[in-house]
Design a protein around this ligand. Structure first.
Ligand code: TYD
Length: 208
């Protein structure tokens, strides 16, 4: 398939969204055809699935059900948006993809990365990104950034959450180690300008 599929991953507070926005502007200025998206990407069916996952009334949500629903939403977004754009030769930059499920559901929630990989293999049917940028940040730093935005201090609950976020990071780093040909780790603790430049330069490498 022509086009180029690139995904951006990382924990909360890694600054993916802001940097991604700048990258899109820069690449568009250079004349590249870009589709910027994120799961569930405004696809009605995927949004509906996502609202089931996020509905606070669904307290009985089983962890495997959650993983299956993420995979289902991913499938729909891929088929309706990503694949058609790649077929038209667009560069698709997607904020979060299968590695999010592997790190969050597989590793941090403890379902097992292999198990989550296998249900996702069915969902994505071989459509893996050519490049994945992993914005790496220690959870303490990422969470502090989020709280600074909220204007509130880190409380006890946030600290309890820290071990979960630590696991998310560990999961991501394990994935990066096992997929060196695809995943590039970007130090997202640097100042934003440097994160932006590092990310752009990795993308330009694959653009050739
Ligand atoms: P979102 O509102 O998209 O925020 P952001 O990407 O800016 O962090 O929320 C995404 C949340 O959903 C985030 O906490 C990660 C989680 N998530 C999973 O647990 N598994 C997945 O497969 C995906 C795509 C997201």
């Amino acid at each position: 398939m022509p086009g180029l599929f690139i995904t951006i991953e990382g924990p909360e507070g890694a600054g993916k969204t802001t940097v991604l926005q700048r990258i899109v502007e820069e690449l568009e200025k250079k004349g590249y055809p870009i589709v910027q998206t994120r799961e569930p990407g405004g696809i009605a069916i995927a949004e509906q699935i996502r609202s089931v996952i996020l509905n606070k009334d669904n307290t009985k949500m089983d962890a495997r059900t959650e993983a299956l629903l993420y995979a289902a939403a991913r499938r729909q977004h891929l088929v309706e948006k990503v694949i058609p754009a790649l077929q038209k030769d667009f560069i698709v930059l997607c904020d979060r993809f299968v590695d999010s499920s592997l790190a969050y559901q597989g590793y941090a929630r403890g379902l097992g990365m292999e198990e989550v990989a296998s249900i996702n293999a069915f969902a994505i049917d071989g459509m893996m990104p050519a490049l994945t940028l992993l914005f790496d940040v220690q959870p303490e730093v990422g969470l502090a950034r989020i709280h600074r935005h909220d204007g509130r201090e880190v409380n006890r609950l946030d600290l309890e959450d820290l071990s979960f976020h630590q696991k998310v990071r560990e999961g991501y780093l394990k994935l990066a180690e096992a997929n060196r040909e695809r995943i590039v780790v970007i130090d997202a603790e640097q100042e934003q300008e440097l994160v932006y430049r590092a990310a752009l330069s990795e993308i330009e490498k694959v653009l050739g």
